[in-house]
Structure formats: structure tokens, C-alpha cells
Design a protein around this ligand. Sequence first.
Ligand code: SAM
Ligand code: SF4
Length: 467
Amino acid sequence: MTGLPPSSPSPARGLPARGLHVITWGCQMNVYDSARMSDVLRPLGYQPVETPEAADMIILNTCHIRDRAAEKVFSELGRLRKIKDERTAHGEQTIIAVAGCVAQAEGQEILARAPYVDIVLGPQTYHRLPEMVARAARAGGAVIETDFPAEQKFDFLPDAAAPQTPGNLTAFLTIQEGCDKFCSFCVVPYTRGAEVSRPVASVLAEARRMVESGVREISLLGQNVNAYHGAGPQGDVWGLAQLAEALAAIPGLNRIRYATSHPRDMDAALIAAHRDIPALMPFLHLPVQSGSDKILRAMNRGHTADDYREIVRKLHEARPDLALSSDFIVGHPGETDEDFEATMQLVRDVTFAQAYSFKYSPRPGTPAAGAPLQVPEDVKDARLQALQALLREQQDAFNQSLVGQTVPVLFTSEGRKPGQISGRSPWLQPVHVTGTPDLIGQELPVRITERLTNSLNGVLEEEKVYA
Ligand code: SAM
Ligand code: SF4
């Protein structure tokens, strides 16, 4: 008995078809990791299925960055346990695997509290998943793999695998992982390990495969993506600027993005790349976290608010249409009203097209969690509301500024309304136009006619065509 729908592609030769359901929480890197876990399991006969009820294996890919992460995992596991019990009653086996950063941080706790979980694996070990599945089946007991292995997982991932979902026009490509910066509030250096960059040849090969399968826009991912320092083909070391240049030379790749960047790694070469490489989209996610130098110091960020303003000035000099996105934390230990006002001032000075803002959430084991002067919840709430209102105002103003302009849109899907197609602007806003599905996959000029809450409406302009 299998959970596969009748139309699924055939599984690997000689192996029974098995259903795989992956639940992904958290960042884009988790989305990428989930896709690669599906890739490594494909040779075992695992094919994606829509629901956990139909799956012979369920992977919960978790995120530990904020808010009661572990409780969320245990509550989801409770739901999955019922599904597993139900399937067992019908004679069907189900493997439950917990992956990602909560697995890394709380692996033993997961096995103790949820003994029906079969596999616990950290983000650095998913290339070993097939072996873990075999061990789980053999041993009938739980398998846990949360070490940081000596080998690099990227060297062990299947090369020939189709990139993520075939037919996709946009794709994520992880080029760097881990972090050595140890910001006071952040679990990443503990859950993802030390900073590692993939070799240039491996990144370029994966990008070429993606483009051959139809991808037109690649988002390069890394916890500190602009700290990229990959081994080059001549034994040299390449930075992100050099990598972006080589990627831009791949015929058929229209757009390149990267996230998440750290202000300290925004070097002159990368700023110049925004001037020189048209495929590098003019939209940059550059987290600042706070506008107060005192708090930036306490956060161990290694830059001041004015350093950030100066980087933005240089970026605009290089690429005048560049718009910014950022991350903010309010209520870091020690943050006073004045510190918060400094954040508001930085937002007014820089202006953001989009941003994410969070209340500080103590993460066990991080320096800030045990710091004195924790900020009360109601104060954090009020600051978050004020900040989000200002950021929303700026986002609306940015979107409004595009009304009447003609912008290139990469069309990626049919729209929600009949006769509509949708795509993304260079600044990532969804754009909807009246158009036929044969235009999907093309980058076409669109005159923006209307701002909606989180997207834009426009009309196709026929005369211009982008290569
Ligand atoms: N490497 C990026 C940087 O240096 O800014 C950030 C990556 S982090 C995975 C994503 C975002 O989560 C951070 O920028 C921060 O705003 C937020 N974040 C991380 N830890 C947090 C915490 N303990 N409380 C609230 N927000 C947090
Ligand atoms: Fe976390 Fe980013 Fe700081 Fe690294 S640089 S510790 S990923 S916030």
C-alpha cells in the first residue's frame, strides 16, 4: 500500500513507490533544504505527496529562530502521531523525521518526549538521510544525527538531481551556510555551525542545471551570504561579487538575488557589482536590527548606525533604483526609549521598501538571553507596533511610487482571476496583468496602474522586450 497519487512519476527502478510529505517552517534556507532532502530520497523511491495522511515518510523541517519553537514542534508532532497511529492500524508504516534547527538544538528532548519519532537530523546531515532511513527501518529504533560532520554535505548531494520542482522559473540556491559572527541574540551559529562556503564550480554547475530546466531567476542563499568566500577553479578564493558575475554570464539566467546579507560584509566589490551587473536585482535585504549604536554594540553586530547609512549611500550611488529591505529587533536587553527612537530615526533616514520586524525573543544558550535589563513584553509590543506602522507607511509609499512607471516583470504563474497572469517586479512585488499563459516564463515590460495591499496591477506594454 502506498500513499502515492495515481499520476505520480514512477519511482526509482526496482523500489516500491513511497509517499513523502515535507512540512517546512522558517527561512528560505529551510525551503531549499527541504527540496534537497526530497532529492536525496528520490532514489529510494520517495515521491512527494500532498498530505501527511498519504505519506510513508513525513519530514518536519523546523526553525528555532524565535518564539516557542520547541512547543510548536511538539504540538505538530502530536498531530502527526495520530496520523501515524491511524496508518499503523491499516498496516501502513510511517517514518517521522524531525529536521532543521530545533532538531539540532533539542534532539535528545524530542526523542524523550516523542518516542514515535524515527529520525532526528540537524541541518548539516541531510545528505545522510537515505542511510538513516535504512537504519531506522533495520533497528526499529530512533536514529539521531546532529553532529557537525567532517564532510561537507554539498559534496554528497546527488549532482544529477533535477533542481527542486521541475518547471519552476525561480529557485533558491544555497551557497553558504553557518555563521561565525555570534550576535548576542541569535542561535544560528549554534544550530547551523561555522561559516562554510560551497566551491565555485559546484555552485555554477547547480545554477546551470537549474537554468537548463527552465529557471530564470536564482536567489542565492546563506545565513551570511555576502561573506561568501568559495574555492575558485584556480585554487583562488572568490567573493560574492565575482560569483555573481560568473552566474550572470549563464545564458538564460535573467535575474540574480541574494539573501541574507550582513552590513559588515558589504564590500566595495559587491557594491560595484550592483552597478556593473544588470542581472543583479536592485532590491537588497540588508538587516540592520537596530538604529542605536549602544544596542548594536550589545548585539555584537560590529557596525554602527552611521556605517549602515554610509553603505546605503554608496549602494544608491552605484545603483540609484536600488531599494532596501531589512530586519529589525525591538526590545533587545538594555533597549531604552531613546535607543528605540534611534531605530525609528534610522528608518526615517534610510527608508525601506519592505522589512521584517520582531520582538526580541530570548533564545536559550545565547548571551542576550541571560543579560540584565530584559525589556517588558508590553513595552516590546508598543515599540513593535510603532515601528511596523512606520515601515508599512514606507512600503505603501514605495509601491505607490511605481504607479505610472513601466517595470520589467518576470511572469511565473497564472493569476488568481481568470485571464490573468502574475509575476514579480525587480523589487519582488507580485504584479498581475491581463495576459495569456504562453507569456509565463518571459520577462516583459508592464506599466503599473494600481497599488493593491501587497501587490500591484498593471498592463503589458508591447513595444519593449527584455532579453
Ligand atoms: N544573518 C542575518 C543578519 O546578520 O542579520 C540574519 C539571519 S537571522 C536567521 C534572521 C532574522 O531573525 C534576524 O535578522 C533577526 O532580525 C531575527 N532574529 C534572530 N534571532 C532573534 C531573536 N532571538 N529574537 C528576535 N528576532 C530574532
Ligand atoms: Fe545570526 Fe546573522 Fe548574527 Fe550570524 S550574523 S549570528 S546569522 S544574526
